[in-house]
Design a protein around this ligand. Structure first.
Ligand SMILES: *[C@@H]1O[C@H](CO)[C@@H](O)[C@H](O)[C@H]1NC(C)=O
Ligand SMILES: *[C@@H]1O[C@H](CO)[C@@H](O)[C@H](O)[C@H]1NC(C)=O
Ligand SMILES: *[C@@H]1O[C@H](CO)[C@@H](O)[C@H](O)[C@H]1NC(C)=O
Ligand SMILES: *[C@@H]1O[C@H](CO)[C@@H](O)[C@H](O)[C@H]1NC(C)=O
Ligand SMILES: *[C@@H]1O[C@H](CO)[C@@H](O)[C@H](O)[C@H]1NC(C)=O
Length: 362
């Protein structure tokens, strides 16, 4: 008996050590098995690198604070979803869809594409991008590949049910569509209220498709204050935010938040949450920011950093890195409050990512 206990103990210890040496250290201890990322340049990590478009971020001074330099991330360091992944216990970054042949898709895939929108035409004045609809199609390809790897569709579904699905899209449908009447007709067709409604209806259809292929834990991210981006402020000419544009973004975000309620009522087997990117807690002056209305890098007319330009030194004091994308300091704050909102409950609804990851369906 004593001997058995001892053997068991030794075995258990051995297992622990093995786990420590091989898996746990290498990210097997992540709180969800995988993350699938849908969105635009706020989440992109290289999908546009090989596309014919000017909406790229794989050149200096992007990535100046990223371990491997420029990668296609439209910020100085890590994106918000990079940091959320780390907080969830992932040791490696989630690979871009464009580069999945050389990487392991088991822990998730990033489909996000700079300038992309919910609408197919959004951002196309800069060249190609992967719109939300195509990102969903790409996910279906990955689901089939996972089914082949895991021994069948039921096994894949069972695995995919536990993953996190992060959707941060819509800014571009305003900045690179609705506010560009010289290229797009939407502002002549829709009022801001109608436009937000068509966009959120479209998101609703797309997340239904994600649900159909196994998504059960979804994070839907609201828009930032698009009227306060340096690109818009520069166009305004007076150094001030465009409050009409902020109001448009707020209409969209309120509808997205309502969609979370609708989807949670409709699907008791899944849970969605809404992230409020304009909550007071995220961008407080007391957090050390001093520059709100200007980009850290010199920007071109699309609001992207001018290649090889010299960015600001005090990047922790800047909200924006280029004309439309925030610094990794802001991403740090967004990610940490999204992950654990105990001290800032208004940033997540109805729960934070930490609780969503732990959530079990009854
Ligand atoms: C593509 O995948 C390879 C192999 O995993 C990796 O070395 C390379 O850095 C990846 N490139 C990008 C842009 O992610
Ligand atoms: C991918 O990662 C999973 C889990 O980390 C592992 O079990 C699998 O063998 C890996 N597949 C490849 C092709 O490396
Ligand atoms: C930003 O705001 C400051 C202070 O309010 C102002 O002096 C400056 O001109 C503004 N910068 C831009 C680019 O509008
Ligand atoms: C986000 O939070 C701000 C204030 O913290 C609030 O004014 C706004 O209505 C919230 N947005 C949504 C969509 O609930
Ligand atoms: C982000 O937060 C981490 C941990 O708190 C810190 O080490 C890092 O310097 C921060 N990065 C930025 C850009 O603020």
């Amino acid at each position: 008996m004593a001997c058995e206990t001892k053997t068991w103990l030794v075995l258990h210890l051995l297992l622990l050590v093995t786990c420590y040496m091989q898996h746990c250290v290498h990210g097997q201890s992540s709180q969800v098995p995988c993350i699938f990322i849908f969105g635009d340049g706020l989440s992109g990590n290289g999908n546009n690198n090989m596309l014919p478009t000017t909406a790229k971020a794989n050149y200096n001074p992007y990535g100046i604070d990223f371990p491997t330099g420029p990668t296609g991330r439209a910020t100085n360091g890590r994106t918000a979803i990079d940091i959320i992944g780390e907080l969830l216990g992932f040791a490696d970054f989630i690979p871009p869809f464009a580069n999945t042949s050389g990487s392991n898709i088991t822990k998730g895939v990033n489909y996000a594409s700079g300038s992309a929108g919910i609408r197919e035409e959004t951002g196309k004045h800069m060249g190609a991008n992967v719109a939300f609809g195509l990102q969903i199609e790409n996910h279906k390809i990955i689901v089939s590949r996972l089914a082949a790897n895991l021994g069948g569709l039921p096994q894949a579904r069972n695995y995919l049910n536990k993953c996190l699905y992060y959707v941060n899209i819509g800014s571009s449908d305003y900045i690179n569509n609705y506010y560009m009447p010289q290229f797009y007709t939407t502002s002549r067709i829709y009022s801001p209220e109608q436009y937000a409604k068509t966009l959120v209806n479209q998101i609703s259809l797309y997340i239904q498709t994600l649900h159909d292929v196994g998504a059960r834990k979804l994070v839907l991210v609201g828009l930032g204050r698009i009227g306060c981006t340096p690109k818009v402020i520069a166009a305004n000419g007076n150094g001030l935010c465009d409050e009409n544009k902020n109001a448009d973004a707020l209409i969209f975000s309120h509808k997205l938040k309502s969609l979370v309620d609708k989807f949670n009522t409709l699907h008791l087997d899944s849970k969605s949450i809404f992230l409020n990117r304009t909550a007071r807690a995220v961008l407080d002056r007391s957090l050390g920011f001093t520059v709100f209305n200007n980009s850290c890098c010199p920007m071109n007319s699309n609001g992207m950093c001018i290649p090889n330009s010299i960015p600001c030194m005090n990047r922790k004091e800047y909200v924006f890195y280029d004309g439309v994308h925030v610094t990794s300091t802001v991403n740090n704050l967004t990610a940490s409050t999204a992950y654990d909102s105990a001290s800032n409950p208004e940033t997540t609804y109805p729960m934070d990512i930490k609780h969503l990851a732990q959530y079990t369906f009854t």
